[in-house]
Design a protein around this ligand. Sequence first.
Ligand SMILES: Cc1ncc(COP(=O)(O)O)c(C=O)c1O
Length: 323
Amino acid sequence: MQKTKPAPKTIGGYFELQLTPGKEHYPDLVRLNTGRNALEYILKQKGYTKIYIPYFTCDVLLEPIKRLDVAYQFYSINEQFEPIIDFEIEPHACFLYTDYFGIKKETVKNLSEQIKNLIVDNSQAFFSEPLPGIDTFYSCRKFFGVPDGAYLQINKKLGKKLPVDSSTNRFSHLIKSIELGIEAGYSDFKANNDALTDNEIRSMSVLTQKILSGINYADCARIRRQNFNFLHKHLQAHNLFKFDIPDDCSPMVYPFLSNDRDLKLHLIQKKIFVATYWPNVFKWTNNKMYENYLARCLVPLPIDHRYNLQDMFFMLNILQQFL
Ligand SMILES: Cc1ncc(COP(=O)(O)O)c(C=O)c1O
């Protein structure tokens, strides 16, 4: 395995990119390069031979599953985004659940009491703390301006040191977005996204870790919560996904569900960039399945720390033109 020698100390020379020092949100968890590789780490360490995964998730999770030749079985979710477990879970298999949008903390807790080998995918729930003893992973780029990076809680850590990842060549979209705007950086974003495919497990790059150390997490969490609450107050009557906001959550996006199959398109035309969770779901499901409908009709509205209530109001006004 490649060993990384610490660089000899230098004094003087040019200034490096100046980042704010501080503390990571999960300083005690294992730092890895990607969320999918955190799943690989769990599968390897626990030696699972089968995994249950939701139809409603991102296909990159199949990378480690296929690489390790682990058998997999899809399961469906109901209108509350909870798993429909109408089958026997095999004793040595694991069961992956996603805390959807970061608002399914209660479901995670219930499942942790019912399912022996639960794995929690908190890629959409950065601010949901891991439950003690439950294997849980986070993907940092879904919440912050970093190109990669993941945290993992697991009680069975690898004995050896991993090679350290390098993010230098996946950074262009982050820099371009500052000077030229989000749209100008989009093709680089896609290319940098693609560059995350099929990488070995590495520990988080020093650059990503440094950026993550300088974030004001309390502010980011508070702003998300505020924006989310504002949208929920104004949209819940129209939202076909009925939910109560859990205490103290700072979700990833506001999940707005309507039967208008073109709503996402209308919003994108107005430069409100909403994602599709997840394009692969159209391949995995047929059009009678709930997940297929969700992939088409679920509109994840941005509520993150870049925006204030005025921005939410602006977005709401545009959205209301189509309701
Ligand atoms: C729900 C979910 N889980 C896991 C991942 C994988 O995270 P990463 O890209 O860090 O591997 C993604 C997306 O990429 C995702 O959407």
